[in-house]
Design a protein. Structure first.
Length: 195
């Protein structure tokens, strides 16, 4: 059960470094200078988004045999590893109405929308399909988002400018590749190819 929490936490925390939602956190912190409503918005948006993604992952896993699911997960983790190596850029359009709604509502809406189809949402779907404790996966991915984004909100631009983003992206990609290898091994074991 603890693995269902810790692995998603580590994977998402690494994958989130340099992600567009982290850039969004920087923009919101600079614009509003009110960290606690922004952090509350991040928590609410991430819980909602990752709960939906986790539910999809758990649901999808019920349609496939254990072997097929492991092969799908291996391919998905490998693709996400490659995707993680591509730096994200922030769209200015996402923040055009920010002042009108205030820091909490702006963060809630912007983070929820920014996470749709994002690599951390896709990772949540895959992790929920892989681990049996859905609530722990959702808590883990949310905790990973907070580990990556709260320091940025609190420290503003200073923290993000000092981080070795390329190295961190490579570490996150490596973590996804390790999960892909574990999934391949699990698929081979489930099909009886390895003992």
């Amino acid at each position: 059960m603890l693995e269902s929490l810790l692995v998603p936490t580590a994977i998402v925390a690494l994958a989130e470094i340099g992600d567009k939602t982290q850039l969004l956190a920087l923009i919101l912190a600079a614009r509003f200078r009110k960290p606690w409503p922004i952090i509350a918005g991040i928590i609410a948006a991430t819980l909602a988004n990752h709960a939906a993604a986790g539910a999809v992952g758990a649901w999808v896993s019920s349609f496939f045999s254990e072997t097929v699911l492991h092969w799908i997960l291996a391919a998905s983790f490998a693709a996400t590893a490659l995707w993680t190596l591509v730096p994200d850029k922030m769209d200015d359009d996402e923040n055009s109405a920010a002042r009108r709604f205030g820091p909490f509502v702006t963060t809630l809406i912007a983070f929820f929308l920014a996470e749709i189809g994002d690599k951390t949402q896709v990772a949540t779907v895959m992790l929920a399909a892989q681990y049996p404790h859905l609530i722990m996966v959702i808590l883990g991915t949310t905790l990973g988002m907070l580990i990556a984004n709260v320091p940025v909100v609190l420290a503003g631009n200073f923290a993000a400018e000092k981080l070795p983003l390329t190295l961190i992206r490579r570490l996150a990609a490596a973590a996804f590749f390790v999960l892909a290898i574990v999934a391949v091994y699990s698929a081979m074991k489930a099909s009886g190819w390895v003992g």
